[in-house]
Each structure stands twice: as structure tokens, then as C-alpha cells.
Design a protein. Structure first.
Length: 255
């Protein structure tokens, strides 16, 4: 990945990206089951200004009788150097609850993590990370900072994704440019990627499971569509509303 600079990273206070999540299978051609919002604001951490990004996913009302999801993810990013200093999650899925927090110590090349499932005792771990080591939300924004002309069709790159007690490697491959139709939004010029998460034992990508993501081919570079296979069918997420963008939505070619 390229080094992060203040001009490259697209943390834009006031930006709100809203998504619909649907389930596809033979008997369920396209059933919307959840919504996801990603909001960027300004906040203060350690006495310094930070961008605060909050991603929240909730079950749609029609399905809450069956299974309730209310998941939140947060990052705090220093406005001066665009480095994430803190990550937190608060997960509620049915009777399952999970909380986690990562505190980055970039000067010493470590991340201090702690997490707790349901009523079990809290656990913690300190792990060595490189400059490329980030949580999943920060990785998403890091990808947005890449220049479009830096991608070559078929080229693969690897990123380090910090989880509670391990570092996984995310491999992504640029498939090419594609005009993608998004339900109720129109057609977008996009950059298409195939992504795969490695196993916990290192750079092993052996199970063959890939998910696809389409990102706007403009200066905003936000995801408009994501599709991931599951055991039965697939899960899709697609943009339903976008406000407060830093740049004009030049990738939208037809409504």
C-alpha cells in the first residue's frame, strides 16, 4: 500500500454512506435483511482532534422477530497523520454479545487488544505489527486512498488485518473496470476487486473462498456493491444513499 498522507486519505467529516444488505439463495432471489450506515465526524482523543468513523449494522424491522442484529464499529484517526489510534466494537446478535478495543502504539510497533464475549472474563494481548497493520475499518479507508492508475489488472496485494488475538492477511486482486448497476441508484463506473482472507497460520490462502467488491472509479472511491458467498447462497450489500462526499459523484453514469 502507499504511505498515508493528509491529502490522500478520504476521511471526510459529514460523509454518510448507507447500504442495504440482502440474502440470495434459490428460494430467496433477493431478500433485504439489514441496513448499514458508515458515518464520519470530528472528535477529540488524547486531547487531539481525530476523525471518528462509526459503522452500524442493524436488522430490518420485518426480520427482528427472527434474529436481531445491532453491531457497531468505531475508529479514531489522528487528523494530522491519518493513523488510527483506537478501534472499538460493540456487537449484539441475538443473545450473543461481544466487545473489543484496540489501542495502537505506533512508536513501539505494537497494538494492545482486549475483548470480551458475553459474560466471560475479559482477555487481552499485545502483538507486534508493521506500519501496514490495521483493523478492518481502517483497511477499508486505506484502500480508498489508493490512486486509480496504480492498479494493474490481475495484480494482487496483501494487507495486514488486526483481529483480537492474531494478525490475518487480506489478499486483494484487481479484476478490472466495470459499469455496475446498483438497485434504485443507477449505473456506476467501478473498480472491481476479488478479496480473500488468509488463515491464522500466515500467508495461506487455501480454502478458495473469495468475496467481490466494487468501488467507485472516481476520487471518492467508496464501495457501491459487495458480494460474499456463504454456505447456502450469498450475502450482498449495496449503496442506497450517499451524502457529504468530499468530491462530486463523477462515477454515476445513469440513474
Amino acid at each position: 500500500m502507499v504511505s498515508l498522507t493528509a491529502s490522500a486519505q478520504l476521511y471526510q467529516p459529514g460523509e454518510v454512506l448507507s447500504y442495504r444488505v440482502s440474502y440470495k439463495a434459490r428460494l430467496f432471489p433477493n431478500t433485504e435483511v439489514a441496513t448499514v450506515d458508515v458515518r464520519t465526524t470530528l472528535d477529540t482523543l488524547y486531547g487531539r482532534p481525530h476523525y471518528k468513523v462509526h459503522g452500524r449494522g442493524v436488522t430490518m424491522p420485518a426480520y427482528r422477530w427472527f434474529f436481531t442484529v445491532d453491531d457497531s464499529y468505531y475508529i479514531w484517526v489522528d487528523t494530522l497523520n491519518n493513523r488510527t489510534n483506537r478501534f472499538a466494537s460493540d456487537i449484539h446478535e441475538g443473545s450473543y454479545t461481544f466487545r473489543s478495543e484496540y489501542l495502537y502504539d505506533r512508536a513501539n510497533g505494537v497494538v494492545n487488544t482486549r475483548w470480551q464475549k458475553k459474560q466471560l472474563p475479559e482477555r487481552s494481548k499485545t502483538m507486534q505489527i508493521s506500519e501496514r497493520g490495521m483493523d478492518p475499518v481502517s483497511l477499508y479507508f486505506n484502500l480508498r486512498s489508493e490512486a486509480s492508475n496504480s492498479f494493474r489488472e490481475g495484480e494482487s496485494r496483501r494487507l495486514e488485518m488486526v483481529l483480537e488475538d492474531t494478525v490475518r492477511y487480506l489478499e486483494f486482486r484487481f479484476v478490472g473496470r466495470e459499469v455496475k448497476r446498483i438497485p434504485k441508484m443507477g449505473k456506476f463506473r467501478t473498480l472491481k476487486f476479488k478479496c480473500q482472507i488468509g488463515t491464522s497460520d500466515g500467508f495461506s490462502f487455501t480454502d478458495g473462498t473469495e468475496f467481490s467488491i466494487w468501488i467507485t472509479d472516481d476520487r471518492n472511491k467508496f464501495p457501491v456493491y459487495l458480494e460474499s458467498p456463504i454456505r447456502i447462497g450469498s450475502i450482498c450489500a449495496y449503496i442506497s444513499k450517499c451524502t457529504g462526499l468530499k468530491y462530486p459523484l463523477e462515477s454515476l453514469v445513469k440513474r
